[in-house]
Design a protein around this ligand. Structure first.
Ligand SMILES: [Zn+2]
Length: 270
């Protein structure tokens, strides 16, 4: 099976699908759900409420790194990561580092197996200090809605299972050749990861858009999953401007792919 791949200097980056989740269009703000459905239909989207979940495998001679771990079947979302990794020639025990863009369940569900134990026995789990602090805060938990409360408890369970190999960062340096880029708004410590090697670079930007056809042309459209919808929109607008000439890869693109180039248009595999 061929997975979309890109060589960035010494690193090969491969998009690996975990499957998809479903989110009704009325979870969007700043757009009428009927307009949203029309834009999705016009773009040829068959199931307008499907949000695709992609993870990224970064390999070098010495490292096997995964960015996010998919939903792993949480609420019956996704769950295909492990099989797809195997098809790409990677076993869970091969992964030495997992970089989290953030700790929503569709990004950390795949860290636990069906018995609730760690799926990646040798991986260090790395995330922004602010992201960990947000989910560990009892004050935040008590303020949370019913839906969000489940996310808190789930994130805490995952962190507990990986507690002996959890690493948080505050600056940009994460691994040699891989740096973090804070992209606040979607969650408190939401980050992208920039891979830089031999004059080439690629940004994996996490949850900047959930519905690419809607939010790239209408960046003011936010989703109820955003912790701070206004800040998320601001970050999205700024980033779309910044990456207008840069390659970028993202979690919820309809098909797993590597490049997004040129503002308001995308070319899979370009
Ligand atoms: Zn998210």
């Amino acid at each position: 099976m061929n997975f979309p791949s890109q060589q960035i200097g010494d690193f090969s980056v491969t998009a690996i699908s975990d499957g998809f989740l479903s989110a009704p269009l009325d979870m969007l703000s700043n757009i009428d759900p009927a307009d949203a459905a029309r834009i999705q239909r016009d773009a040829g989207v068959i199931d307008p409420s499907a949000i695709h979940i992609n993870c990224y495998l970064i390999r070098s001679e010495t490292r096997t790194v995964l960015v996010d771990a998919g939903a792993g079947g949480f609420k019956q979302w996704g769950g295909r990561l492990r099989d797809n990794l195997k098809r790409a020639g990677v076993l869970p025990s091969d992964v030495d580092t997992i970089l989290l863009t953030h700790a929503h369940p569709d990004h950390i569900g795949g860290l636990l197996d069906s018995t609730g134990e760690p799926c990646f026995p040798n991986a260090e789990l790395v995330l922004h200090a602010q992201e960990l602090a947000f989910w560990q805060s009892d004050a935040n938990l008590h303020r949370a809605s019913e839906r969000a409360r489940g996310n808190f408890l789930f994130a805490r369970r995952v962190f507990e299972k990986y507690r002996d190999r959890l690493r948080v960062f505050v600056g940009e340096e994460v691994l040699p050749g891989i740096g973090a880029q804070p992209l606040p708004g979607h969650t408190a410590g939401h980050c992208g990861y920039r891979i830089q090697s031999k004059d080439q670079d690629l940004l994996i930007w996490g949850d900047i858009v959930h519905f690419p056809h809607l939010q790239i042309s209408r960046p003011e459209v936010s989703i109820a999953f955003d912790l701070d919808p206004q800040l998320a929109a601001q970050t999205r607008v700024g980033l779309l401007d910044m990456v207008s000439a840069d390659p970028v890869s993202y979690t919820h693109l309809t098909l797993p792919t590597i490049h997004y180039k040129c503002r308001y248009r995308w070319w899979p595999g370009d």
